[in-house]
Design a protein around this ligand. Structure first.
Ligand SMILES: NC(=O)c1ccc[n+]([C@@H]2O[C@H](COP(=O)([O-])OP(=O)(O)OC[C@H]3O[C@@H](n4cnc5c(N)ncnc54)[C@H](O)[C@@H]3O)[C@@H](O)[C@H]2O)c1
Length: 357
């Protein structure tokens, strides 16, 4: 420990953790310690990491860095974040998804595939659920890239309109890994039709996929998170069209299905975010991303159907361009990682300023 005189001279504080003190005393000690720590600390395993508090911290000079914040001093312990998560032992550890398991509906292509790839890039084990019975070249390339970063992409054919089947698929994934940490609900369809021409069956189909499909995916995932006591996180892909009547886009049912998804996220967050202190269930955060226009297969079809639509959309946001799917990876990673541990029931609008003027 440090002598009273050193503390009195302000060289070290009574409360300064060991690693910080080493840093202030000799740089050699810090380097040596860091090197040994880097070699000895395994990949981040949130549920198995040893917690070192000032009570049980070993005297061994190569002990891991202290937790930040120290769980004894953190009034939120037992509520959030998980006290087994040893933040600050790795660079930006809040974003590390190693050892975690995720499901992405609509992960076969477009935005869903990009978001799935982002989670795998951060080390996650990601299952893409989509209705097609096989994957295309872009999915295969993304799966190959994912392994370079230590993550994995897997594919399961699953239509979100088959709620019972989706429940079984998500249960099988969670049981195989004994955990489920997150869901991205990105499966969605679009139909450009003026309101007066909308047929009842088309409206029902749209809502069944875009709204009920999200609800059923979320409940299937929440059942598994509760079963395995995982304090998971969900990200629903809504749209800026859920908050505004989108100029140049005559799709009244699509737009209102996205408004319903935003409202669903608030309600599920209210039900599932608190932790049930009796049985340890809950602690599930639910948020939305509302993207602006992104160039995906869905939107390319819109451009074929409506001449001049691309020019109109590009002129409607502050950046004068449309988005690429990969521009949403960071936001999704934020929502599904510890980085957003105090965020729930909310909607991130990422639209190049489209709805801000
Ligand atoms: N592209 C945009 O400009 C934009 C903007 C805002 C929101 N979104 C939303 O992002 C999400 C992804 O859209 P995208 O642009 O990548 O479209 P996309 O058509 O390229 O991808 C949608 C994916 O969902 C899958 N899917 C559709 N119905 C399904 C079902 N019943 N079961 C399982 N999978 C199903 C499709 O097979 C496809 O792989 C959608 O929810 C969409 O509404 C897109």
């Amino acid at each position: 420990m440090y002598s009273r005189s050193r503390i009195a001279r302000g060289l070290v504080s009574r409360h300064t953790p060991i690693a910080q003190c080493a840093l202030k005393t000799t740089s050699t000690a810090c380097t040596t310690r860091t090197a040994v720590i880097g070699a000895s600390v395994p990949l981040w395993t949130p549920h198995r990491a040893t917690i070192h508090t000032s009570h049980n911290r070993p005297a061994n000079p190569v002990a891991p860095k202290p937790m930040h914040p120290d769980p004894r001093e953190n009034p939120m312990v037992g509520i959030a974040p998980d006290k087994n998560v040893n933040v600050a032992q790795r660079r930006m550890a809040d974003f590390n998804l190693s050892g975690r398991v995720f499901v992405v509906t609509g992960g076969g292509r477009g935005l869903g595939l990009s978001l799935a790839e982002g989670l795998a890039e951060a080390g996650g084990y990601v299952y893409c659920l989509d209705r097609d019975n096989k994957v295309d070249r872009r999915w295969e390339e993304a799966a190959r890239r994912a392994t370079e970063w230590g993550g994995q992409l897997r594919y399961r054919q699953q239509d979100v309109q088959d709620a019972a089947g989706m429940d079984r698929t998500i249960a099988a994934i969670a049981d195989a890994h004994q955990r489920l940490d997150g869901l991205v609900a990105a499966a969605g369809v679009q139909q450009i039709t003026p309101a007066l021409e909308y047929r009842q069956e088309d409206a029902a189909r749209m809502l069944d996929i875009n709204y009920t499909g999200v609800l059923m995916a979320a409940t299937a995932a929440a059942r598994q998170m509760n079963k395995h006591k995982c304090r998971g996180s969900m990200c629903f892909i809504a749209s800026m069209s859920g908050s505004v009547a989108n100029k140049g886009l005559l799709s009244p049912v699509y737009n209102s299905s996205k408004a319903a998804v935003i409202q669903l996220a608030r309600n599920l967050a209210m039900e599932w975010s608190p932790i049930n202190k009796k049985d340890g269930t809950g602690g599930i955060r639910v948020n939305c991303i509302s993207p602006g226009h992104i160039v995906t297969p869905m939107v390319e079809k819109n451009f074929e159907e409506v001449p001049g639509l691309r020019d109109l959309w590009e002129s409607e946001n502050m950046m004068g361009r449309l988005a690429e799917p990969h521009e949403f990876k960071g936001a999704c990673l934020y929502l599904l990682s510890n980085a957003s541990s105090f965020m729930t029931g909310n909607n991130m609008v990422i639209d190049g300023g489209h709805t801000s003027w």
